[in-house]
Design a protein around this ligand. Structure first.
Ligand code: GNR
Ligand code: NI
Length: 168
């Protein structure tokens, strides 16, 4: 069990674009195991490698109540998106902030699993939101980027204040 440090907005490393994984080997499987530990501990329903300062295209997700259905997507590609949905999003890299974001309602993605096998997934609702949120991280994008610059600036100041309070 290894817990990784989660980067927080406005850390510029969160803006790094992740590179595709070339070979799904034991090193990658170790990163996935550590990311799952980190996600469950946080707790969160998803985590992108970018958030733990690993700039490879790796995502872990578990939206199950019992936290026993881990899903891993390596080198994900969005094949289809349809419709619109609005929901409150949060992010482990933007702690304690929740704001409404618009996303596609249903998506089809293709990715590799932890065995390096290709699979495709068609889904909607929360899982679709989560996959889109995580795929944004791999591109260096955060959910606060969909908000007005005024709101984003307020969030930045609030997080700065919270951090100062915690350290004193
Ligand atoms: O734990 C998380 N919850 C969440 C809620 C609504 C929409 C997206 C998410 S993902 C987030 C974990 C996280 O920051 N993943 O990148
Ligand atoms: Ni996030």
């Amino acid at each position: 069990m290894a817990l990784l440090k989660i980067l927080e907005f406005p850390d510029s490393r969160l803006r790094t674009k992740a590179k595709p994984v070339e070979q799904v080997d034991d090193g990658i499987r170790q990163i996935i195991a550590d990311m799952l530990d980190t996600m469950y501990k946080a707790p969160g329903i998803g985590l992108a490698a970018t958030q733990v300062n690993i700039h490879q295209q790796i995502i872990v997700i578990d939206i199950s109540e019992a936290k026993n259905k881990p899903l891993c997507l390596i080198n994900p590609i969005l094949l289809k998106q349809e419709g619109r949905q609005h929901s409150e999003e949060g992010c482990l890299s933007v702690p304690d902030i929740f704001e409404e974001v618009e996303r596609a309602e249903s998506i089809m993605v293709e990715a590799l699993n932890q065995q390096g096998e290709s699979f495709s997934l068609t889904t909607d609702g929360l899982l679709a939101v989560c996959i889109q949120h995580e795929m944004d991280h791999l591109k260096g994008k955060l959910f606060v980027d969909y908000l007005s610059s005024l709101k984003r600036e307020r969030i930045r100041k609030k997080l700065k204040k919270l951090k100062k309070e915690k350290s004193s």
